[in-house]
Design a protein around this ligand. Structure first.
Ligand code: 3PG
Length: 215
């Protein structure tokens, strides 16, 4: 593993929260990244769900230091290429795509594919991965499912995402198989749209504190 990827894993694990961001306007990317940083979150996943994703990643990469920047909802190798060219240092997918995983591995780019079944975890482990996105976390059985999956796969750590909020974060924080939780609750589309940066900072700080308290 490269030195950077090792550092990235440490950051994700120590902060415990990876915001999943949907940006409709790349101009909001820099103030948003700064709002997350101010709340103690030095990492983020900008999703390829909008046309603004690539520009947003570029803006953050060029203008904000101290943030570990990833691209999310990457479902094609072409998107992974665009994301990395724009400055993303890690790739997250909702599902497991061997082509994307191998493309990233060949370039030493950290990759966190989504899994939610034993078959998918097994495939990911065979591809040499040990930190996986568990998605959609709540709908797929939450912490109970993660604990069950970790019976046969004790070395796998999960970034649980999908349906997580302050209402259920404590269960995830208390689970030793969790590397981090991901989600959109600290930076919802309406808060970004209305530029409520202080609110995003406060929710980020609250999320980090909740993960720390239970560790
Ligand atoms: C993701 O892509 O990881 C999820 O859509 C985020 O889920 P959430 O919006 O329920 O936090």
């Amino acid at each position: 593993m490269t030195e950077y990827n090792e550092k990235l894993n440490q950051v994700i694990e120590s902060v415990g929260v990876v915001p999943v961001i949907v940006l409709n306007d790349a101009k909001k990317a820099v103030p948003l990244a700064k709002a997350l940083l101010a709340g103690g979150i030095p990492c983020m996943e900008v999703t390829f769900r909008t046309a603004a994703a690539e520009d947003a990643i570029r803006e953050i990469h060029e203008q904000v230091s101290g943030i570990h920047l990833g691209a999310g909802t990457v479902i094609t190798v072409a998107q992974a290429g665009k994301a990395v060219a724009a400055g993303a240092r890690f790739i997250v997918s909702p599902g497991l795509d061997e082509n994307i995983v191998r493309w990233c591995q060949e370039r030493d780019i950290a990759v966190f594919p989504g899994v939610c079944t034993a078959t998918e975890v097994q495939k990911a482990v065979c591809l040499g991965l040990d930190t996986l996105k568990f998605f959609p976390a709540e709908a797929a059985g939450g912490v109970n499912m993660i604990k069950n999956l970790c019976g046969p796969f004790p070395n796998v750590r999960f970034m649980a995402t999908g349906g997580i909020s302050m209402a259920n974060i404590a269960q995830y924080a208390a689970c030793r198989h969790i590397a981090a939780v991901g989600g959109s609750w600290m930076a919802k589309a309406d808060a970004i749209e209305a530029e409520r940066w202080d609110e995003i900072t406060a929710k980020s700080a609250e999320a980090v504190a909740a993960m720390k308290r239970c560790k």
